[in-house]
Write a protein that binds this ligand. Structure first.
Ligand SMILES: [Zn+2]
Length: 113
């Protein structure tokens, strides 16, 4: 499957101006609804409806991405099958041509007078 968006970490600048950014995943943002600076303890608190909007938007994107990944894999598999059939066809066409040549080379001939 495609990469998990919820697990992606995003950097947020500390609201108190610490030099090190807060690293937090979308999952944590949506579930905890806060992002806390590890150094000074300052935090962002996110609204619950915004967080739940973000979560459902992430799910939509994830679902579509996974679907596209899945379909791409199916297409790849089909392409390989078609390639295999094309090779078999090539071989069979050659056999067919050879059989045809052999047939036309030395037929018995019957002449009518
Ligand atoms: Zn801080």
């Amino acid at each position: 499957m495609s990469e998990n968006i919820e697990k992606q970490k995003i950097p947020l600048p500390c609201p108190n101006g610490c030099s090190k950014a807060i690293e937090i995943s979308y999952y944590e943002i949506c579930s905890k609804r806060e992002a806390k600076c590890g150094r000074c303890g300052s935090k962002y608190k996110f609204g619950s409806s915004e967080a739940s909007n973000l979560r459902s938007a992430i799910r939509d994107v994830q679902r579509k991405k996974d679907e596209i990944t899945k379909r791409s894999e199916q297409i790849e598999k089909l392409s390989k099958e078609i390639e295999k059939y094309a090779k078999e066809l090539e071989r069979e066409v050659k056999d067919f041509e050879r059989a045809n040549e052999r047939l036309l080379k030395s037929p018995d001939i019957e002449l009518k007078r």
